[in-house]
Write a protein that binds this ligand. Structure first.
Ligand SMILES: Nc1ncnc2c1ncn2[C@@H]1O[C@H](COP(=O)(O)OP(=O)(O)OP(=O)(O)O)[C@@H](O)[C@H]1O
Length: 283
């Protein structure tokens, strides 16, 4: 599949600190790609480089077929959407009036408003003034703003941090729908459940270094001990490996109808992150 983001050997230095250290990866068209890392890992810096807010110190970054020198062009901006901490709304006017202004700014038709409101589950709330909205609703309006011009590529920096589970679920559903309709999504998160649920592939970033990359399912298999965990009706807990002796023991337990529960070792993305980096990926 065609790659929409191509990052090669990117380095970003801030005075005394190197925030990104020779990072390389590709994002394919149509993917939801998650960059996972704890606070300070370099995730926001990486998005800022890919969206033209920051220039890399060295390396090559190609997005939508354009080089870094073109990231400030109208052609580039019209094809990307960004939801970050810097995203802002006009507080004193309504949801609808905000979106009308952004339609004008991005050259999108006004009919786009209804569509994005549906996607972020805000239909019926368009007459409300922004200052009177809850944090979760504001976040959904910000997402609507990022989507109003139907960008081919959407960058989301911690889109659901500080949202309650209900709002998070609404946003997740909207993002999946959007992705199904063809939008590629680059997502920064330290929420492993979010990454597991949404992302086709994830990359682990720690202290500016990319440590692992792959499909969540593949990574779980790669870092699994492949042991069988068995609990018997008698309350016995067993961990058995892949040996002929274990196979015989499992067969015996099954034929004696002693198995209450049996599963293979299935580490979470958080556990894998800890294994790879020695660091907790706290939610
Ligand atoms: N403008 C800047 N000037 C100097 N240092 C910076 C600047 N922006 C980021 N950094 C440093 O770069 C490192 C990576 O920061 P970044 O914000 O990219 O991390 P992050 O993974 O997004 O963290 P968080 O999840 O907390 O947002 C941090 O040590 C941070 O202090």
């Amino acid at each position: 599949m065609e790659s929409i983001i191509h990052v090669e050997q990117i380095k970003k230095k801030f005075k005394s600190e190197t925030a990104i250290k020779d990072v390389s990866f590709e994002v394919k068209k149509g993917e939801i790609f998650g960059l996972l890392g704890p606070s300070g890992a370099g995730k926001t810096t990486m998005i800022k480089i890919m969206t033209g807010e920051l220039t890399a110190t060295s390396g090559s970054c190609k997005v939508l077929g354009m080089q870094q020198s073109e990231f400030r062009s109208a052609r580039f901006k019209s094809q990307i959407g960004i939801l970050s901490d810097n995203s802002a709304l006009y507080e004193r006017i309504t949801v609808q009036d905000n979106l009308k202004l952004f339609c004008k700014l991005y050259g999108a038709p006004l009919s786009a408003i209804d569509e994005v409101l549906g996607l972020v589950n805000l239909k019926g709330e368009e007459k409300k003034t922004i200052s009177k909205l809850s944090k979760g609703m504001k976040q959904r309006v910000l997402l609507a703003k990022a989507l109003i011009h139907k960008p081919a590529l959407l960058f989301l920096d911690e889109p659901t941090s500080a949202l309650d589970p209900g709002n998070t679920a609404h946003i997740h559903k909207g993002l999946q729908k959007l992705n199904e309709s063809g939008t590629t999504i680059f997502l920064n998160t330290h929420d492993m459940e979010e990454a597991d649920k949404l992302c086709h592939r994830v990359a682990f970033l720690n202290e500016g270094v990319l440590r692992e990359i792959g499909e969540p399912k593949e990574l779980r298999y790669k870092y699994s001990s492949h042991a069988f965990h068995i609990e018997t009706f008698g309350g016995q807990k067993l961990v058995l490996d892949h040996s002929p002796d274990s196979a015989a023991r499992i067969a015996e337990l099954i034929s004696n109808n002693e198995v209450k529960e049996m599963h293979t070792d299935n580490p979470t993305l958080g556990e894998i992150f800890l294994k790879v980096t020695g660091k907790e990926l706290v939610k």
